[in-house]
Design a protein around this ligand. Structure first.
Ligand code: PGA
Length: 247
C-alpha cells in the first residue's frame, strides 16, 4: 500500500523566529498522527534549525528542501547540493512550477536534479503540471513527467514522490477538481511504479481537501499558503489521516 503524504512548502517565507515557532507548533500538533508522512519544507537557510526541532521527536514528521543543484560541489555561488541537504533533511522538492517558470528549469535540468537527489539518498518530490487547462493537458503532463524522469530506473521510481500541480491552480483561488486531477494522475501512474505516491497540489485548503482525499488515486497533498499557519496545517494533516483511515 502507498503511504499517504502531506507536504508543506513554505516557499520564500518566514524569518528565523517564525520558522522555529511554526516547526514547533506543527511538531507538537501532529504527534499523535501515525502512518501519514508529514513533510515540511522551510527555506534552505532554516533547514538545520528546523531539523533540530523536529528530528529528535517523531519519526513520521520529515524535513525537505525546496530545491537543489544537480552537481555535488564546485564554483556555483548561491547553490546548495543534494549531498549538503542530506545531512539535515530527507526530501527535496524538484521542478516546482515556480522554479520552472521563474528560474528556467527545463525537464532536462529537473531530470538531473532527480538523479542527484536519488544518488544522495534523498526522496525527490517531482512536480509536474500544465500551464493552461486544455484538451491536450494530459499529453503535455505525461511528456513532462517522462522527460523529468529520464535515466531513472525502475527501482528508483519506487523511491520518488510525484506531485501533480496544475500551474493555473498554484497560488490561485480555485483548485482543480478532484475528478480532473484523478484523471491526470491515472495517466501519470502508468509512468511510475505502483508504489510511487502521487499527490495533488494547488490551492489546497480545509474547505476542499476532503474531496481530494476521497479519491483513491490521490495519495496526498502538497500545500503552499495553508502550510504557513500551524493550526491550519495540522488540521489538514488530520484530515489526510482521517480520510485515508489510518489515524
Ligand atoms: P498553494 O501552493 O497551496 O499556495 O496554491 C501550492 C504549491 O505551490 O505547491
Amino acid at each position: 500500500m502507498r503511504r499517504p503524504l502531506i507536504i508543506g512548502n513554505w516557499k520564500m517565507n518566514t524569518n528565523i523566529s517564525d520558522a522555529v515557532v511554526l516547526a514547533t507548533v506543527i511538531r507538537d500538533g501532529v504527534e499523535d498522527i501515525s502512518n501519514v508522512e508529514i513533510v515540511i519544507c522551510p527555506p534552505a537557510i532554516w533547514l538545520t534549525e528546523v531539523s533540530e526541532i523536529i528530528h529528535k521527536n517523531i519519526g513520521h514528521l520529515g524535513l525537505g528542501a525546496q530545491n537543489i543543484h544537480y552537481l555535488t560541489d564546485g564554483s556555483y555561488t548561491g547553490e546548495v547540493s543534494a549531498t549538503m541537504v542530506r545531512d539535515v533533511a530527507k526530501y527535496v522538492i524538484i521542478g516546482h512550477s515556480e522554479r520552472r517558470n521563474s528560474f528556467a528549469e527545463t525537464n532536462g535540468i529537473v531530470a538531473r536534479k532527480v538523479a542527484a537527489a536519488l544518488d544522495a539518498g534523498l526522496v525527490p518530490i517531482v512536480c509536474v503540471g500544465e500551464k493552461k487547462k486544455s484538451e491536450k493537458s494530459a499529453v503535455e503532463i505525461v511528456k513532462q513527467l517522462k522527460e523529468s524522469l529520464v535515466g531513472i530506473n525502475k527501482n528508483e521510481l519506487e523511491q520518488i514522490v510525484v506531485a501533480y500541480e496544475p500551474v493555473w491552480a498554484v497560488g490561485a483561488d480555485e483548485p482543480a477538481t478532484p475528478e480532473y486531477s484523478a484523471q491526470i494522475i491515472n495517466q501519470l501512474r502508468a509512468i511510475v511504479s505502483p508504489q510511487t505516491p502521487i499527490i495533488y497540489g494547488g490551492d489546497v485548503s480545509s474547505g476542499n481537501i476532503y474531496s481530494f482525499m476521497q479519491r483513491p488515486e490521490i495519495d496526498g497533498v502538497l500545500v503552499g499558503r495553508e502550510s504557513l499557519n500551524g493550526q491550519n496545517f495540522i488540521k489538514l494533516c488530520r484530515i489526510v489521516a482521517e480520510y485515508k483511515k489510518i489515524i
